[in-house]
Design a protein around this ligand. Structure first.
Ligand code: SF4
Length: 117
C-alpha cells in the first residue's frame, strides 16, 4: 500500500494506492486522476526564474508551458540555470524552446523591458 497526498486542491486528501493501483481516500474524481498520473508518470509544472542582464530586474520569472516528467526536473533546472536573457521580453514569450527535446517551452510569466524594468 502506497500513500500520496493529493496536491490538486488545498484539502490535501490522503490517497491510498493498493498493489493493483486501486485508489481510495480521494474526496473527488480529480484526486483519482492525480493519483493515477502520480503512480504511472509523475509530472510537475516548474516555476522559477532565469538570469537577465538588466541591473534593475536581474531575475525574470518563468514557467514550463505544461507539466514536465518529474525525472527530468534537475536536468531542466540545470538548463534554465544556464540561460541569460539579454533583450526585452513580453509576458508569455518563449525563453527556451523545446527544452531538452520535451516539446515543452520555458515561457516568461512577466514582461521585461531592459530600459524600464
Ligand atoms: S481528492 Fe479532490 S478534494 Fe481531495 S485534495 Fe484532491 S482535488 Fe482536493
Amino acid at each position: 500500500m502506497k500513500e500520496l497526498i493529493c496536491i490538486v486542491c488545498p484539502v490535501g486528501c490522503h490517497l491510498h494506492v493498493d498493489d493493483k493501483n486501486n485508489i481510495t481516500g480521494n474526496q473527488c474524481p480529480r484526486g483519482l486522476k492525480y493519483g493515477l498520473e502520480e503512480i504511472t508518470h509523475p509530472s510537475r509544472t516548474i516555476t522559477t526564474t532565469v538570469r537577465t542582464t538588466s541591473p534593475l530586474m536581474p531575475r525574470l520569472p518563468v514557467k514550463t508551458s505544461s507539466p514536465i516528467p518529474k525525472e527530468l526536473m534537475f536536468q531542466i533546472m540545470d538548463r534554465i540555470g544556464a540561460e541569460i536573457v539579454t533583450k526585452n521580453v513580453k509576458m508569455n514569450d518563449v525563453i527556451i524552446e523545446n527544452i531538452l527535446d520535451t516539446h515543452i517551452d520555458i515561457i516568461a510569466t512577466r514582461a521585461l523591458n531592459m530600459l524600464e524594468s
